[in-house]
Design a protein around this ligand. Structure first.
Ligand code: IVH
Length: 734
């Protein structure tokens, strides 16, 4: 029913009259969308005028509601996608209020595709994993025109001769710097939006994606397939990012490093109201599952045009080019335009335009052979080197860090950059006071690339590493044959103490929760903790005296410290922080030697028998246990009550079904802890890993198993319930 008839319908019931203008003629835009055009024509048949309609009290009809939904969606499209509003804000608001009024009178008519349902949804409690019906691939990269020539050669080699008679057409698009998303429409309605995740399994972020006004909740027009998954990049425009960060600074919150992080942080919110305020954007660049009731057109760019006609946002800077020459011209043009684009890009994506060729060319393990990303070179800027500070790491290694005059590099404010080591400083001849070139590529730590020598002031001294540790004044030694300078203060150096303690309590070591870096700094600075064993002497009273430490938190920290005393030999060895003894080496040492005493007295020859242990690591282990202060710390830790289960006799039966198998444990197990389950499986010859891949043989899924189970199912990996696993073990003589 046309909207103007609301007047006739409800006039007799109205007690309060609000003045609502008719939808103006301008609304009859969208020439390509015939059915919608028809409805809108009806709406605007009457000349502009007013109707007696009470926003509060009209009940309206379902048909009117549906028309309003369509009209509002069209205005959203004109405003947000075309950037060309067709009515004033006030007129839009009136349409919206009319819609709300009908929905208020008929809550049973409110559907997910209503514009009123974009915002104000309930926060979700947690993110759910979702397997992608069609995996989401990545792209291989090209860094030069030669790389593109190679790409085209590889394409031509695989295509039939007749395809290579004329120049290959490529769809060329900006490579948006955001996050990939897959959006699923069923019967034209947006039903789900999932992040890329690892390409196989992503996270359901529908609640946040629905808030993006450029994404239709209901596809326009007709002719779409029953199931249509479209894929694209969610991003935050430069201007939105800037105002968001201004606001963050004004509210004393931490600003985001760049628009990409801001977009990622926004998608990760449980509450959709936050995403609604942050105005994310999206451009499509592909598709996933499509039901067989619709066939893709012959070319990629035609598919994109069709998506556009269904109201989906397509990048206006996309184009079709021919051959490597065409690719190069597009690159130059976009490179010049980069700074003036309203969004961040990090390169260009080229895709073979003929969709039929996509299946001929196929995929490598990670990426399609019919597409490539030509990356822009990392952004480089000049700035002043103000000072070179020395950072002392956990093992005493001194790292020179450049303190810079703050400068914006690729959208991120940079004031520090790594200089790696003295050799690097000498090689680049970097001196304090120099003008330096700073580079940032992707999420990598910024680095000083080179010095702008013509800008060098007259008297700049050569930089020397300090002879004494800036933190504890101990002597600094240069390691034999290495570029590393090390503080000899060991655990007496406060910087090393802090780093060592951070490592000692970390998740893979003793896993003491609630003991963050700030608290560790405080404990060392006030002298409550000097060595790791002092942690076990902390009391609720002593902790409560610290600044900003409430009694409840103090109690929790003490509890976590006590719980951590029951650990494993491997965790304990890892926690000691012996140089180059990581989690895996620590495990191998524990399995091989079985007791701490055996490791403490092991010779280099005995140590190199252990998988993963070479001569350098073996030497580090021997040196560590020879140091009197390390011996003292280890003894003190043992006296503090740190224990681990005695090794069981490991007898592996060759008939074990787990012999040599790669197993992942997930979810909560009823019969004992995961650590125990792990031990039992290892005793049966299994290798336990943390993540599921095609190489996994079994996934043992306890209660509430989540994404690992889903991924295993997607990859066809055998999933065992706890009962099935126990039954399998019972059937062995191991
Ligand atoms: S196509 C199967 N096109 O770049 C190919 N990706 O490095 C799927 N990206 O994961 C990707 N803009 O998140 C494609 N115009 C564009 C893109 C684009 C940005 C992202 C996307 C992808 C990543 C690969």
């Amino acid at each position: 029913m046309p909207l103007h008839e609301i007047e006739e319908l409800d006039a007799h019931r109205l007690s309060v009259c609000a003045k609502i203008p008719f939808i103006p003629h301008k609304v009859t835009l969208m020439p390509s969308l015939e059915t919608t055009q028809q409805t809108i024509k009806n709406v605007s048949q009457k000349p502009q005028g007013e109707c007696a309609l009470s926003i509060e009290e009209t009940s309206g009809s379902l048909e009117q509601l549906n028309q309003l939904k369509q009209v509002i969606a069209k205005h959203d499209y004109a405003y947000y996608v075309l950037d060309n509003p067709t009515i004033s804000d006030a007129q839009y608001d009136q349409l919206y209020q009319a819609l709300l009024a009908i929905e208020k009178a008929h809550p049973e008519w409110v559907t997910d595709d209503s514009p009123s349902q974009r915002v104000g949804g309930q926060p979700v409690e947690q993110f759910h994993s979702q397997v992608h019906a069609v995996p989401m691939f990545s792209l291989s990269n090209a860094f030069s025109q030669e790389d593109l020539v190679d790409f085209e050669r590889r394409v031509l080699e695989k295509l039939p001769a007749e395809a290579t008679q004329t120049l290959i057409e490529y769809a060329a698009e900006p490579k948006m710097d955001g996050l990939a998303i897959s959006i699923r429409y069923e019967q034209g309605k947006l039903v789900q939006a999932v992040t890329r995740g690892d390409g196989q399994v992503g996270e359901d972020v529908t609640h946040n994606i629905r808030t993006i006004r450029t994404i239709p909740l209901q596809l326009f027009s007709t002719g779409w397939p029953d199931v249509l998954e479209v894929r694209g990049e969610v991003f935050m425009s430069k201007s939105t990012f800037e105002s968001l960060n201004k606001q963050a600074v004004a509210n004393h919150e931490k600003p985001f490093a760049n628009p990409r992080n801001a977009a990622a942080g926004t998608l990760r919110q449980l509450d959709p109201n936050i995403a609604a305020q942050r105005h994310l954007s999206l451009y499509l660049y592909g598709w996933g599952e499509i039901s067989s009731d619709w066939s893709l057109p012959a070319c990629y760019h035609k598919a994109m045009e069709q998506f556009k006609a269904w109201g989906l946002p397509i990048n206006p800077d996309a184009s079709v080019v021919k051959g490597v020459q065409g690719m190069a011209e597009y690159y130059d043009a976009l490179h010049d335009k980069r700074a003036s684009l309203p969004y961040e890009i990090d390169g260009i994506v080229y895709k073979v335009n003929q969709i039929a060729y996509h299946s001929v060319l196929g995929f490598t393990a990670k990426s399609p052979r019919w597409a490539i990303a030509r990356k822009f070179p990392a952004e480089e800027v000049w700035t002043q080197l103000l000072a070179i500070d020395i950072q002392v790491g956990r093992t005493g290694a001194l790292t020179p860090v450049a303190r810079l005059e703050p400068v914006l590099v690729g959208g991120v404010m940079v004031s520090n950059a790594t200089l790696h080591n003295l050799d690097e400083i000498r090689r680049k001849d970097v001196r304090i006071g120099d003008t330096v070139v700073v580079r940032r590529a992707g999420d990598v730590i910024p680095e000083v690339v080179s010095v702008v020598l013509p800008q060098r002031p007259d008297s700049v001294a050569l930089f020397e590493m300090p002879k004494h540790c800036p933190e504890c004044n101990s002597e600094v030694i240069k390691e034999h044959d290495k570029a590393v300078y090390r503080c000899t203060g060991g655990l007496f150096c406060p910087a090393q103490k802090k780093r060592a303690l951070q490592h000692f309590v970390s998740r893979k070591a003793l896993d003491i929760q609630g003991l963050g870096n700030k608290l560790i700094d405080q404990l060392i600075d006030v002298g409550l903790v000097k060595h790791p064993d002092d942690l076990f002497k902390l009391t609720v009273e002593s902790l409560s005296q610290l600044e900003r430490m409430a009694e409840k938190s103090a109690r929790n920290v003490c509890q976590a410290i006590q719980t951590s005393k029951q650990t494993t030999l491997a965790r304990f060895i890892y926690a000691l922080g012996i140089p180059e003894v990581g989690e895996v080496t620590a495990k191998h040492l524990a399995i091989h030697f079985k007791t701490l005493d055996a490791i403490r007295v092991a010779t280099i020859e005995a140590l190199i028998e252990v998988p993963d242990v070479g001569e350098i690591v073996a030497e580090n282990i021997v040196t560590f246990f020879q140091q009197p202060h390390n011996q003292e710390v280890v003894e003190a830790l043992l006296s503090a009550g740190i224990t681990w289960p005695m090794p069981e006799q490991i007898t592996v039966s060759s008939s074990s079904p787990f012999m040599g198998k790669v197993v992942v444990l997930t979810g909560s197990l009823q019969q004992g802890s995961r650590t125990e389950a792990k031990k039992k499986l290892e005793a049966l010859g299994a290798k336990i890993t943390g993540s599921v891949s095609a190489k996994t043989d079994f996934v043992i899924a306890g209660e509430k198993a989540g994404s690992k189970r889903t991924k295993a199912e997607a990859l066809g990996v055998t999933v065992l319930s706890e009962e099935e696993w126990i039954a399998m073990m019972g059937g062995t003589d191991g």
